[in-house]
Structures are given as C-alpha cells and as structure tokens.
Design a protein around this ligand. Sequence first.
Ligand SMILES: Cc1ncc(C[n+]2csc(CCOP(=O)(O)OP(=O)(O)O)c2C)c(N)n1
Length: 669
Amino acid sequence: MLQISAANHNFHSSDLTFADENSLQKMARKCRGDILRMTTLAGCGHPGGAMSSVDLLITLYACARVNSTQPADMERDRIIVSHGHTSAGVYSVLGNFGFFPIDEAIAHFRQAGSPYEGHVEHGLPGVEWSSGNLGQGLSAGCGMAVASLVHDLRNHVFVLMGDGEQQKGQISEARRFAVKYGLTHLTCVVDLNQLQISGSIRHVMPQNIRANFESDGWRVLEIDGHNFQEIYRAFHEAVHDRDHCVAIISRTVMGKDVSFMENVCKWHGQALPADLFAQAIAELEQVNDLDRYRQLRHLGTEHLTIRPRPPFQPDIATGGSFLYTPDKLTDNRSAWGKALAEITRQNLERESATPIAVFDCDLTGSVKTDGFAEINPRNFFQSGVMEHHTAVAAGALSTQDVLVFWADFGVFGVDEVYNQLRINDINETNLKLVCTHLGVDVGEDGKTHHCIDYLGLLHNLYHFKTIIPADPNQTDRAVRWLMRQPGNIFLGMGRSKCTVITKPDGSPFFDEHYTFHYGKADILREGADISVITMGAMAHHAVNVADTLAAEGIGAGVYNFSCAKQMDLDTLSRACQTGLVITYEDHNVHTGLGTMVADLLCRHGLAVKLHKMGIQDYVTSGEPKDLLTAVGLDEKTLNLTIRRMIEQYAKSVKETSDLEKTVKLAKNI
Ligand SMILES: Cc1ncc(C[n+]2csc(CCOP(=O)(O)OP(=O)(O)O)c2C)c(N)n1
C-alpha cells in the first residue's frame, strides 16, 4: 500500500519528495493497467479519459486529507469527480489505496448488482458524489465547500472535471457562486486532453477555458497533468492560496502510456478487445491476468455491499405553532416563511441544533425567505438566476449534516431543474425543496409560469416525498414536521391568499390539536353520495361546494390528500364507498393526483366510477379565478359535475333495475 511522507501529506511542503514522486509513478502504471483490466473485462467503459485523469487522481488521493480507514471523517477533504465516466480511473486509485479491495473493483466493474458502476457511485468509500450528467460536479463541490463554512471546518474541496465538460453552462453558474461566497478552499482541476466523444474539443465546440475562469474571478494555473512534481506544486499553491478559488488546467493525453491509445478519441468510450489488451498490458510491463478476474466475475455480485449515506437526523426544536383563523385570508407561502423564521430563531442559540441553510434564486420576497435572511444572514445563500447550480449545491450541502432549504417558484424549482433533482435523489440528499406559485394560481404571468406538472415530475423521483398543504394551518404544521426529517421533501403551495379550512362548525380544521402525519389524508367533509379527492389550493373550493350541496341534501365528501406519493389507502377505501369519485386538482390531468388515484384504485381492486377534473392544456394569462373558470375547475363546474355524476349514477341504477324487471318478466319469474 502506498504511504506518502508526512511532508507531502495534506500538501504540507512545497515540493514532492523524490521518494514520493517515484511511488506515485509506480502507482500510476498499476492504475492504468487496472483501468484496462476493468474495461476489457466488462467489455465497455471509458478508458481514454480515465487514463488521462489518473495521475491527477493519484496525487489527490495520496496527498489530500483523506483516509481509507475513515472515509467518512467529517474533517476530511472532499474529492468530487464531475466527469463520472472516468469511473475506472477513480476505482483503480481508490482500490489500490485500500478504500476497497482492488480485485473486487476489477472483477465486478459494471456488472449487474455491483457498486462499481459505470459512472462513479457514492455508495463506495472515497466517492463523495455520484456523477454522470456532466457539468454538475463543481456545483456539488460548492455545496460541500459551503458545508466547511457552516461547520467551521478547515478542510479543502477538490473537483475534477473534463475539458469537453466545460461546454456546460452550469459550470459558469458554479464559478460565480464560488467567488461570491469566497470559497477559496475550493479547487478545481480540468483534465485538458483536448478530446471528447466526437473528436477535438476545438471542433466540437470551441471555448476558452482559461479566460472563462479568469473572467469569473478565479486564479488559473496551467500544468503538465502527467508530471507529478507539477501536479503536486499546483495543488500545494491552490491549497495555500486563501485569496482565490484556483482552477488548475492540466494538459494531459487521452489514453496516456499505451502507444496506440494516445490521443485517439475512439478510446474515450470503448474498451480494448482481448488482443489489444494483451498488447497494452505488455507495454505497461504488467502480466496479463485477465483470466483470473474472469473467474472472479463469474462468482457474481451478491457478496458486494453498497453503503448508503449515514442517516441524517436533524436536531431541530419546532415547538409551538401559529394558528390562522378563518376571519382572515393568509397565503400558504407566508405561513411557511413565518414558521421558518420562527423555528430558525428558536434554534439559533441551541448548541446541539443542526445548522439550517437556505438557498434563494432572486425571489426572496415572493418565496418568503426574507425572514430567515434577516435572522441568519450567514447561512442565507442568494444564488441569483442560477437554478441548475443551486439545485445541486443545495443538494450536496444537505449531505453534510446541514438542514437545507431551497425555495423557488414551481416552474424554476422543479421544471427547470428536473435532472438536477434526479441526480440529488440518486445521491440520497436531504434537500427540502419549497416551491410556491404552483398551479394556475400564478394567473397573470401566463403559461410559462403555470407549474401544473410538478406532481407528475416528482412522482418519477423515487425518494422525494411531496406535501401540498391545504391551508396556512396545515402549512405551518407540515413545516414543523419536515424540519425534523431526513431525505428529500417537496413542500408545494400556490401564490394567492387562501381561506382557512374550517370544520362544519366554523372553527379551523387544522386547529391547535392537529399534528401533521406524512401520508395521512384528512376528511374535510363527510358525504355519502359522492367523494371529492383534492389537495392544496383546490381544497377550500371543494369544501365550499360540499357545504352548498349539503344544504340541498346532497352528501359530497371532501378528502384532502396532501401527500400524493404516499396515499392513505384506508381513507381512499372509505372515499370509494360512495361508488363515485371525482379527483379535483389544478394539475396536468394526465400526470396529477387523478392519475395517481386511478393507479391505486386499479392496484387495490377498488371499483368506482372515477372522474378526473384537471388541466387539459396550457392556459393563458388571467386572474386565477377566471382561469379556473376557463379550465372548468371553478366551484360552479365542480357543483354541476357532482350533480351530473349522481344523476347519471341514479339513472344507470334505475336502468339496471328496469332491465332486471324486464328480464324477470320475460322469464316469467
Ligand atoms: C450532460 C451530459 N451530456 C452528454 C453526456 C455524454 N457524454 C459523456 S462523456 C462526454 C464527453 C466529455 O468529454 P470530456 O469532458 O472531454 O471527457 P473525456 O473525453 O476527456 O473523457 C459526453 C458528451 C453526459 N454524460 N452528460
């Protein structure tokens, strides 16, 4: 096992000792052989970039403050590999440095059920962030560098990236963020091998990487990315420069050290066939031991383990609650902002409290993060119009023992950044995403701003919980609940002020005795004739309609399913007892609550007549109440729909009994 000298550990002295340089060179040769072993055995992968990046990786994992025996130590440096396709390079280094058995990584690379995935996987010790979609790693690095500020750590964050990857716009967002927040303990390294999948980076998409970094305020160093002394010195400079974020542009050679692979872009994403592997491994002066690994691969992957992130249990005091009374309209977003500010105040001086951080994308007043910003400005991150970056930075920070909120409009916090949220979900983050201005409630801003598809999008993300509270009281209690939860949670609300939902006696439904339970539905009104299933801003319309119909003797039950992704089956079964169900929502009718209800009804054999009321197409600008009328979601239309369904049902029952009578007559029974 490679042991670096104390002088070079943590980039302490300014030069690499001769002995350490020799050790790193030897290790590089071994790692290049292992990259080829892995990819040839798997018959796929990305050997070319892995071989150009590997000297940078070796220097980092050898000299940075990381320890294979304590890979989760809080004080460790964070190393993020943004060009996750170079996984064979990363695994070869981590395996040879003892983070896991190298033979295991070689034998099971890209095999079904194995943690040694095609793109780097955070379930492995030493891997901080699963990447694969290019352009996101620097944002993850920013999030982890913010964690150092929040926890007052003295560590360093390193991000490795490809050069083709630099074409991605999100990187410029991350560069600006890093400079604005003085993340001088963040260093990035660009592997400048001049090639990407389709050829030379100059032909695919010309760029000026150095100028891009410099114009955003970074200090840039240029080095030979295969010269260990130069690599080490650059890291040493970067780590000790407390005035700049430093980018190290490293000139490298794709396929380095195998003559026929060097500078050939075909090897970016292609494994060597067995005959070329034999040639290459001979050039690297190593034995061709592929058969041994083939045998190990045949053993399968059942014995391999993936380590989930350590559980996150925020310690937050959430005592008390605000009670909103029916005599006044209040918007849910104000209820969220007020609860956030009050809980922040409660926890600010508590020694054991988990730190809270809030990200905002230039919508502070609208998404009600201003109260937090005033109370805890140090942990408030104004990220401007940089949602892609923010989604990832906030997600990465949430893996570092910080309770992280990102508040935005629905169209920017979900639609704009769907893939970033997906990567967060894959990374098992603990992000609390709070989106306002959902549905057509945004009204006059028009169709670009009507977020009507968020529920369907978030339904795709296996680990995201969704909560769409019905009124300010439920919002307050949901915020208090989610403050103490691990995992990704979405809290959604509209823009307008809304009516406080009441019990039939006129008192608040979600009163001082109410506690939010994730997955529990609320029966807002009982009714034996028909059931309306709804959530969020539409709930009070359904209650109004039910109350009007009750006065005429029609029993419409109203069910608030604020947690659509974990539906309360008992309450759903109860709603189905009427035989008639309407789902009522201001979402895309194809992917919203109605479709989720229909799915559940089918899966559990609950037979009802179901009518889905939702949005059929994009909607124009207009006042929210007019838009609800335009799309057939106003109270009058709900009222008529309920009556029509009940009438049709009665008619069909009558027709059935008439038919039965006729049949009986015909049979002379
Ligand atoms: C967002 C995104 N778009 C496209 C891809 C597909 N892809 C994988 S690697 C690659 C080229 C990357 O080039 P570079 O960063 O220079 O890596 P190298 O070729 O040096 O390994 C592309 C386009 C991706 N992984 N992510």
